[in-house]
Design a protein around this ligand. Structure first.
Ligand SMILES: *Cc1c(COP(=O)(O)O)cnc(C)c1O
Length: 369
């Protein structure tokens, strides 16, 4: 195998044909309306409500702000049971709202929160469960709903990875009190930066709108301490164009996933997630490197791929609770599965336009070991 001439990164932002975006720029110039619930914003909200199959969608400037607003609007207090196996955004949103994250271990099967271990972490101070649909694989939403009902807890899903995912035909945004999606450039569907809250209960709408616009309810009234988390028209335009391409994008990712699974599952010490489900979005392709069988560590493989100009990612490593800013507080929390996985996980390049040849090259490098 020769080194690839061009670097291949773990992902590449989807960009539509430029003319299609340009068309929307003309409408922005005509209306002279750049942000604050413009026409494109309204259209995207409607289109996503349809596409994502959920009663309400509220758009945000990015996913993190959406999550932050969800926590504020739901008025959570005290402790929140959550996963350390996520992007720091999830933990940051909890901590910056003066809540204490109580870290729960994850499952070996799909790296989502281990619902069997949630109950023992509940205390009188617990107000919510904030779980993550990791790599687009859904949490055990039924079991989590049962626990939440029994203890009267709110449930927020970080569904940043789960655009377009369905669980047994039910769109993912219908679970929990509210779900956050991210439309960051690196996600399956992007609005450059962007995000949304998805929810069934209409009563949240007013609160979410309020908190994303400084808490303003009228020209002379500010009702709450909100923030500025509004999506602008340029982002909404990108979303309207990209929405026409997302089915195709997911289809292409499925093809790449099929190749990876086919080639990699037979390699000793390389574990791929062995769950097939209709309604997956193929957002990421993680492998777990078991050094005792593969003969090489995850870090060795990561470096080796780099030498061929292939840039995989250790995603998620470190665990959020082991990040420098939290380490002192949480280093003694027992999280055997999460720590095992985080030390061995490697996500491989995947995006619609990634060529089959490169995918095969990557498999070959991993196989030749
Ligand atoms: C991308 C991501 C976020 C944050 O979304 P932004 O739109 O980048 O703010 C939060 N959680 C997870 C799991 C993510 O992957």
């Amino acid at each position: 195998m020769e080194k690839l001439k061009q670097p291949t990164y773990v992902t590449r932002a989807f960009l539509p044909p430029i003319e299609e975006y340009e068309k929307y720029l003309h409408t922005i110039w005509e209306k002279h309306w750049l942000t604050n619930n413009g026409e494109l914003h309204k259209n995207l909200e409607k289109a996503l409500t349809n596409y994502l199959g959920v009663k309400n969608v509220t758009l945000f400037v990015n996913g993190h702000s959406a999550l932050d607003v969800a926590i504020k609007a739901l008025k959570l207090k005290g402790e929140v049971i959550t996963t350390p196996y996520t992007f720091v955004s999830t933990t940051h949103a909890i901590v910056t709202n003066n809540l204490k994250p109580v870290f729960c271990d994850i499952k070996m099967s799909d790296y989502t929160i281990d619902e069997e271990q949630i109950e023992k972490l509940i205390t009188p101070k617990t107000s919510a469960i904030i779980a993550v649909h990791v790599y687009g694989y859904p949490c055990n939403v039924d079991q989590i709903a049962k626990i939440a009902d029994k203890y009267n807890l709110k449930v927020i899903y970080d569904a940043a990875h789960a655009f377009g995912v369905n669980v047994n035909g039910v769109p993912i945004g219908n679970f929990g009190d509210v779900s956050m999606m991210s439309f960051h450039a690196t996600k399956v569907f992007n609005t450059i930066e962007g995000g949304a809250l998805l929810y069934k209960n209409d009563i949240y709408k007013r609160e979410f709108e309020l908190y994303k616009n400084f808490g303003i309810t009228g020209q002379e009234t500010v009702e709450a301490v909100g923030e500025n988390a509004k999506m602008n028209e340029f982002q909404a335009a990108m979303g309207l164009v990209n929405l026409n391409y997302v089915d195709k994008e997911i289809e292409k990712r499925k093809k790449i996933t099929d190749i990876y699974v086919d080639k990699l599952k037979k390699i000793s010490g390389i574990k791929v997630i062995d769950i097939k489900f209709e309604g997956h979005n193929y957002a990421y392709f993680p492998i777990l490197v078991d050094e005792t069988k593969y003969g090489k560590t995850r870090n060795n493989l990561f470096e080796q791929l780099k030498q061929y100009n292939i840039f995989a990612r250790k995603y998620f490593y470190p665990l959020t609770c082991d990040s420098q800013c939290f380490l002192e507080q949480y280093k003694n929390v027992l999280l055997p599965v999460a720590r095992y996985v985080s030390d061995r996980i490697l996500t491989l390049p995947i995006y619609g336009d990634l060529s089959e040849d490169i995918v095969l090259n990557i498999c070959e490098i991993i196989e030749q070991n």
